[in-house]
Design a protein around this ligand. Structure first.
Ligand code: PDD
Length: 284
């Protein structure tokens, strides 16, 4: 397990990595976060993750208290201090510490940055299996496009999936359209071999992996349609897969009681995963 974390200006041992009880992230989920993968000194889409971090911060009127250059130095230090070769970095920025009060008007707070690293086994990169998913009503707040730590509906959904032996919970909006997974973006392939994923209409997170996979598809002349799709289209699709920083491209071969592609990993999911990982090898 990684032992050293960065907590508000200090590199601390795991057991000392603590946050004040009045941190607004702890009180209200008044914080944003990012998860970035890295392998052998190469970050997967680092700049894009940092751009989204800054966008999320701006949406919540929080200012990153250090420069992006310093942030990268700290991230590299955390990786180095833990001697991790392959893993993920977690970055969280909360509004800061203040006596509990919903409004932050007139508060001059210093945002609190924490950075931790999780080591992953190389199998994680190579193991390529089809997973199952369940569908659930999307009961999240109206701004899922902001990457906040306020993730209660997501963690409840993921736990229900887990209890049912499924890898992911896929959210369905009130009109029966798919939004996204509890921690991933969802894609389908239709019988014309077109890729379909929900457009960025504010009801999903603009996934960094989603964008990278989109670029891979465009470069390889695979047709992409960015539009809403119904739960019915999902259940009868030729292929279904999810994307996220930590799951890359992961095929979904069963949803609720429906088999997708006869329970087998689809060809397009397979090639997109390869193309994505190849692109990430040089993505710094
Ligand atoms: N989650 N949608 C949601 C709700 C997510 O939480 C995530 C990522 C994604 C995919 O985004 P990206 O491709 O940028 O990772 C979509 C991260 C991995 C997490 O919460 O751990």
């Amino acid at each position: 397990m990684a032992k050293i974390s960065y907590v508000d200006g200090l590199y601390l041992h795991y057991k000392d990595s603590k946050i004040h009880i009045e941190d607004r992230g702890y009180h209200f989920g008044d914080a944003i976060y990012e998860v970035v993968m890295f392998n052998e000194g190469i970050f997967f889409d680092y700049d894009e993750h940092i751009k989204r971090l800054l966008r999320s911060l701006k949406s919540l009127n929080i200012t990153l208290p250090i420069s992006c250059k310093s942030l990268k130095i700290i991230i590299k230090n955390v990786i180095k201090k833990n001697k991790v070769v392959f893993g993920s970095i977690y970055i969280q920025v909360s509004r800061g510490v203040a006596q509990r009060n919903h409004s932050y008007k007139n508060l001059t707070l210093k945002p609190i940055i924490i950075i931790s690293v999780t080591e992953k086994n190389n199998d994680y990169l190579n193991n390529f299996i089809g997973v199952s998913a369940i569908t659930l009503n999307d009961n999240r707040w109206a701004r899922p496009d902001i990457k906040t730590t306020q993730l209660l509906p997501n963690i409840l959904a993921k736990t229900i999936a887990d209890e049912k032996g499924a890898y992911e919970a896929i959210f369905v909006d009130q009109d029966d359209y798919i939004t996204e997974g509890s921690s991933s973006n969802i894609w389908i392939v239709n019988y014309d071999n077109e890729l379909i994923t929900r457009n960025l209409d504010g009801q999903i997170l603009s996934g960094i992996t989603r964008n990278a996979v989109k670029n891979c598809a465009v470069q390889n002349n695979i047709k992409i349609l960015e539009r809403k799709f119904l739960k019915d289209e999902l259940l009868t699709a030729k292929e279904v897969f999810l994307t996220s920083a930590t799951s890359f491209v992961t095929p979904i071969v069963k949803i609720d009681n429906s088999s997708i592609n006869n329970g087998l990993i689809g060809e397009l999911s397979c090639s997109l995963r390869e193309l994505y990982l190849k692109a990430m090898k040089t993505s710094n």
